[in-house]
Design a protein. Structure first.
Length: 174
């Protein structure tokens, strides 16, 4: 993403540099430098900004932080996370609906709805388990964070968590 594109999207959202800086944990000056092309836009900053764009549009449309349903969504209770340590394979992580019966034998490891403990815990605990796996996959198994985030993005509860975290808002217990 180029700085001019970043500025254009920010302006389309009617956000100030300061508002974007606060949401992304950057200084207003740094946002300005990125927009002018004086500082690079790191991949993690671009991903966070894309999420900010999506969540801001959703809030403008429906006035809430509930993740709007998207085609291909997999409810948290039905998540089957698949991953591999084969670095030549892309993506290295994938989420499928367990109840669909679909499988992808290219992935050697899995976690989620097929595990006995998944059925006996609530969604808050499932989300915590999933986020712990995010850390495990990226640190221990060397799965790129971009692959894990893309895989998790089909889970509405994960998108809602990311949005609330981005805007530093509290949670209502389910």
């Amino acid at each position: 993403m180029e700085g001019s594109e970043f500025r254009e999207f920010r302006r389309e959202l009617r956000l100030t540099q300061g508002e974007v800086a606060d949401a992304l944990g950057l200084s207003q000056g740094y946002v300005g430098e990125m927009e002018r092309g004086e500082k690079p836009i790191e991949k993690r900053t671009e991903l966070a900004f894309q999420h900010l764009r999506n969540s801001t549009v959703l809030r403008q449309m429906n006035g809430s932080h509930v993740a709007a349903p998207l085609a291909g969504d997999v409810p948290l209770a039905d998540v089957q996370l698949l991953w591999t340590d084969d670095t030549s394979m892309r993506p290295m992580a994938k989420v499928l609906s367990y109840s669909s019966g679909r499988d992808d034998r290219r992935y050697s490891m899995s976690f989620g709805a097929s595990n006995a403990q998944w059925d006996i815990v609530d969604n808050t605990t499932r989300l915590h388990m999933l986020l712990a796996h995010f850390v495990q996959l990226t640190i221990n198994d060397k799965v790129p964070a971009e692959d894990v985030h893309a895989a998790f993005s089909v889970i509405p509860e994960y998108r809602e968590h990311m949005e609330r975290s981005l805007f530093n808002e509290g949670y209502d217990e389910p």
